[in-house]
Design a protein around this ligand. Structure first.
Ligand SMILES: NC(=O)c1ccc[n+]([C@@H]2O[C@H](COP(=O)([O-])OP(=O)(O)OC[C@H]3O[C@@H](n4cnc5c(N)ncnc54)[C@H](O)[C@@H]3O)[C@@H](O)[C@H]2O)c1
Ligand SMILES: [Zn+2]
Length: 427
């Protein structure tokens, strides 16, 4: 194992390039990225939907809609408080009269009744089945997925049915995979309820379960009919889960959206206090960024990989400490600081960007340093197994240029990686 690790690290010092930018010239490099590229026809708009007659009066039911532009597979992301009180938003995307809601033991008692109401209100011809899965990343496996198929087969669902994911990223990934495979693909709606799922995992169509030898190894690309984000569901999300999601929000801004990063610097307190308008804006801006990227690179041939800033280091932390010790967003936060540190050592970013990265993550109360026990050797061994290794060369997402710029590259001086690992690890 050590030999493998050192050989890829040695290879990284050579000048071979996987996807790289030999010179920082923006015009010549498709992977040097900046915020707000006008390349897609993504648009955000405000819509107003009528409140259902049976509901208590609601002063203003205004939601933001972000469109994911994928030709005939395009779909809307509805974002706003109280959207589960608006049956029409969901019902217009239902195909057939049979629905299967996939959720878990934590989220079902909180929202299953409400979602069932939203799907059936003034719509007596539809019937809703549900399958309630155990909660946790460790259940994102084939056995649990089979429970979804069992339920669908038992209920004799046919091709004209709709699967609805109600929960965090684990449920979204599993329900999406089930929808893509059941009868070779049925209609699918996402109702994400964690910040992570609302700003990231529910958008873009990646589905997966884990294999004992690796995370997310079995999956598909399968786009939903719509994503409905009721930001009020975040009220019940535990603090630590919320903050973990914020780690990904910071990462997203760093790789492509300097104004969004600056907004976060000013509004972190409001985000942590769960101020509805701040949360809604952060989710909207995140979805817009993700939708832009997905519209240009749905199957992750290059651009989409830049969303993995901090993830190679982060996954090594998760693996090194045992999955579950740190939440994913926490590991990504420290991983992002390590990527910024390495980018600075390479001379690719100004010191102030590294400092601002640390400051904002500290403000969010996310970890910015490794806990005890992570040695350089251990880190290198785990990184040697990373999915982003191509031809023996570890490619990394690194920051480059002004705030909001990054590259996905294997063309970097291995000395900088070594120095970063030494600076963060025990020895
Ligand atoms: N498909 C993608 O593009 C993509 C992107 C990023 C992450 N992911 C996947 O997403 C998963 C992580 O997602 P996550 O952070 O949402 O984890 P999760 O689904 O495990 O949710 C975190 C916890 O919060 C609970 N929860 C969710 N919503 C709640 C609510 N409103 N109130 C109270 N509790 C609530 C869940 O039951 C769980 O206990 C990982 O499996 C990861 O691989 C996928
Ligand atoms: Zn992530």
């Amino acid at each position: 194992m050590a030999a493998t690790a050192s050989s890829f690290l040695a290879a990284a010092s050579a000048s071979c390039v996987a996807i790289s930018t030999p010179s920082p010239s923006r015009s010549s490099c498709p992977h040097l990225l900046r915020a707000n590229s006008p390349a897609t026809s993504l648009r955000s708009r405000l819509v107003s939907a009528a409140a259902p007659a049976m509901q208590p009066p609601v002063e203003s039911r205004v939601s933001t809609v972000v469109d994911v532009d994928l030709g005939d597979r395009s779909y809307p992301i509805y974002i706003g408080p109280g959207l589960l009180d608006e049956p029409d938003l969901l019902q217009r995307h239902v195909i057939g009269k049979r629905l299967l809601v996939v959720t878990n033991t934590t989220v079902a008692p909180l929202y299953l009744e409400k979602v069932t109401w939203a799907l059936t209100h003034d719509n007596p011809n539809v019937s809703v089945e549900s399958v309630i899965l155990p909660d946790g990343e460790k259940y994102k496996v084939m056995d649990t997925l089979m429970k979804v198929f069992h339920k669908a087969v038992e209920a004799r669902l046919d091709r004209r049915c709709t699967f609805v994911a109600l929960g965090g990223g684990v449920i979204g990934d599993m329900c999406g995979l089930a929808a893509s495979a059941f009868l070779r693909g049925v209609n699918f709606i996402q109702i994400p309820t964690s910040l992570m799922a609302q700003m990231d995992s529910s958008v873009g169509g990646k589905t997966a379960i884990n294999h004992p030898l690796g995370k997310n190894l079995i999956g598909t690309f399968y786009q939903p009919q719509c994503v409905l984000i009721d930001t009020e569901t975040l009220n019940t999300l535990p603090d630590r889960e919320l903050v973990s999601g914020i780690g990904e929000v910071v990462k997203l801004a760093l790789v492509r959206d300097a104004p969004f990063f600056e907004w976060q610097e000013k509004n972190m307190t409001a985000l942590l206090a769960r101020e509805p308008s701040a949360l809604t804006y952060a989710i909207k801006r995140s979805c817009e960024n993700k939708a832009e990227v997905v519209a240009q690179d749905e199957k992750e041939n290059g651009l989409r990989a830049t969303l993995n800033l901090g993830h190679t280091f982060g996954h090594a932390i998760e693996t090194g400490f045992g999955h579950g010790e740190w939440l994913h967003g926490e590991a990504v936060a420290t991983g992002t600081v390590m990527a910024a540190d390495m980018s600075y050592r390479l001379g690719w970013i100004h010191e102030s960007i590294k400092k601002r990265t640390i400051d904002i993550l500290e403000q969010a109360k996310l970890p910015v340093a490794l806990p005890k026990g992570m040695t350089v050797e251990k880190f290198k061994n785990i990184m040697a197994l990373d999915k982003k290794i191509a031809d023996g060369l570890l490619r990394l997402v690194l920051l480059k240029g002004p705030l909001g710029g990054c590259v996905f590259t294997g063309d970097y001086d291995r000395k900088a990686l070594d120095e970063t690992l030494r600076a963060f690890c025990d020895n």
